[in-house]
Design a protein around this ligand. Structure first.
Ligand code: GUN
Length: 293
């Protein structure tokens, strides 16, 4: 079994970007910038956003966090987004989700310029992904593909089985793996909660991507020998033996599935760290494609 070290790959990507940004600075060019907009005071969201900001700073990217009160009106939020659509210093705009109930998330996502849509959530980005045009793919799925590429895992003609059909992971990774491209060109099945017997599908996987949100749901008898396992789950389960009283597990029963797998991502330290790395990479791409240098 080979462990896929997402922490290391994410660090490599961040270092590569850092070098590119140092070069831009040495040439006295504008540098890429990412603005994160956060509404309300959900502690988990603040932790995410501050780690995104830190990651930007570490590689020399311009970064700003707009912290807005939970009762901000939808109109005010949309106005702020529009002002960043015009701002030449910020090439990526990220609005942290979820948003308070009185704000229409779809409207917010659609207001972000598709040229700054580094989350890849805008319908234009999603549509371009489906028809195979170069676009911003959402960060977690893009990170999964990057891991497969950097570990030189053959994907062409392989059967990828995706468990879960979310808009953030299941659907975009399905479309990514379908592309006629490096790290893709796969035969893809997507399976979800309506399946009578999920294991009927998962047993056929050469590459299994688990994005369900159910702790350790994928068991060893649900996969074949030699499978490549990508575990996207981040689930908290009670564990009184830990100082915090809980531990984080994936959607895969790592201890037993890893015995059958040729490659497997751990949780934590697998797919998780790739999300921010790809966000930085998408921001750099937005700068390259549309930024004033
Ligand atoms: N909330 C949880 N994950 C994400 C993410 O990747 N992007 C945004 N915008 N919000 C999130």
């Amino acid at each position: 079994m080979n462990l896929i070290d997402g922490k290391k790959v994410a660090a490599d990507i961040r270092n590569e970007l850092k070098e590119k940004i140092s070069k831009l600075k040495a040439e006295e060019k504008n540098v890429p910038g990412l603005v994160a907009i956060i509404v309300g005071d959900d502690p988990a969201s603040h932790i995410y956003v501050s780690s995104k900001g830190k990651a930007c700073e570490e590689i020399g990217m311009r970064t700003k966090t707009e912290k807005l009160p939970a009762d901000i009106t939808e109109d005010k939020l949309l106005e702020l987004i529009k002002s960043y659509n015009e701002n030449k210093d910020f090439h990526g705009i990220l609005v942290q989700l979820p948003l308070p109930k009185h704000i229409n998330e779809d409207k917010v996502i659609e207001t972000i310029s598709s040229k700054k849509d580094v989350d890849g959530f805008h319908p234009i980005s999603v549509g371009n992904l489906v028809i195979g045009k170069d676009t911003f793919a959402s960060c977690t799925p893009a990170g999964i593909q990057e891991l497969l590429i950097r570990y030189k895992i053959e994907t062409k003609g392989k059967h990828v089985v995706v468990v879960g059909r979310s808009n953030i992971v299941g659907k975009p990774i399905t479309n990514i793996m379908l592309q006629k491209a490096e790290g893709a060109n796969s035969i893809v099945t997507i399976v979800h909660s309506a399946a009578k017997d999920i294991s009927y599908y998962t047993k056929q996987a050469d590459i299994l991507i688990a994005a369900i949100g159910k702790p350790e749901m994928i068991k060893a008898d649900m996969v074949k020998d030699g499978v490549v396992v990508v575990d996207v789950g981040i689930n908290r389960i009670d564990d009184p033996s830990k100082p915090k009283g809980y531990r984080i597990v994936g959607d895969v029963d790592f201890e037993n599935v890893s015995k059958k797998a040729s490659y497997i991502t751990p949780v934590p330290g697998g797919v998780g760290p790739m999300t921010i790395a790809m966000l930085l990479s998408n921001t750099f791409k937005a700068y390259n494609l549309y930024g004033e240098k």
